[in-house]
Design a protein. Structure first.
Length: 205
């Protein structure tokens, strides 16, 4: 059932999907939203749902996107973002059955936390490279793989590719939180209007 408590991680999911889309097609993206999404991976002991993203402004882009996700003028873009979101939801179900993989993910995140402290930046290239490697060695091995579409020049660029993989980790983090807060893939089919209404009333002005 869609609620204010799970609309925030749902916004985090679509925000990560949008950032992946931007990087894959243009090689650049909104830095504040990117940082908030990456931070969500590392904030494993946050006290509230909002604080996973820093505050509600951390998912403003995602909330804005949910308000307009069914805008026909952006149909191709939105379908691509939705494909990433639905793909990760599907993989999360399979991931739950692989406890050894969970341990590898936790180890990768703990190392990323240490690196972020050392370099005093959660988005330092070493932190992102480690998160990208963690994704490649775990979630990316589960079939079917998430295939990111975009400009080959950006997709083959190591720095951009690492950012995309790290954001897929962020998408998984938000997906797990969304499900923990009572979210369901059926909400995306049968509660679209409620999702839009919740996003409109939750997003900051």
């Amino acid at each position: 059932m869609a609620s204010r408590e799970n609309i925030i991680p749902l916004a985090g999911m679509f925000q990560a999907g949008y950032l992946i889309y931007e990087l894959a097609h243009s090689g650049r993206t909104n830095e504040d939203a990117y940082k908030a999404s990456i931070n969500s991976i590392l904030l494993t002991d946050a006290e509230t749902t909002e604080s996973v993203y820093g505050d509600i402004y951390g998912v403003k882009m995602g909330l804005d996107l949910l308000c307009n996700i069914f805008d026909k003028s952006n149909k191709a873009r939105d379908m691509e973002i939705a494909r990433y979101v639905l793909g990760i939801i599907h993989l999360e179900k399979k991931l739950r059955k692989q406890k050894d993989m969970d341990n590898r993910i936790v180890s990768g995140i703990e190392l990323a936390k240490t690196q972020a402290s050392t370099f005093e930046s959660t988005t330092h290239e070493n932190v992102i490279a480690n998160l990208a490697d963690t994704y490649a060695e775990t979630i990316s091995t589960i079939q079917p793989k998430i295939m990111v579409a975009g400009d080959p020049d950006y997709l083959t660029n190591t720095v951009t590719a690492n950012k995309i993989r790290a954001l897929l980790m962020a998408l998984m983090r938000s997906t797990v939180l969304w499900l923990q807060k009572g979210g369901s893939r059926w909400d995306l089919i049968f509660q679209r209007k409620k999702i839009i209404d919740l996003a409109k009333t939750t997003r900051p002005i």
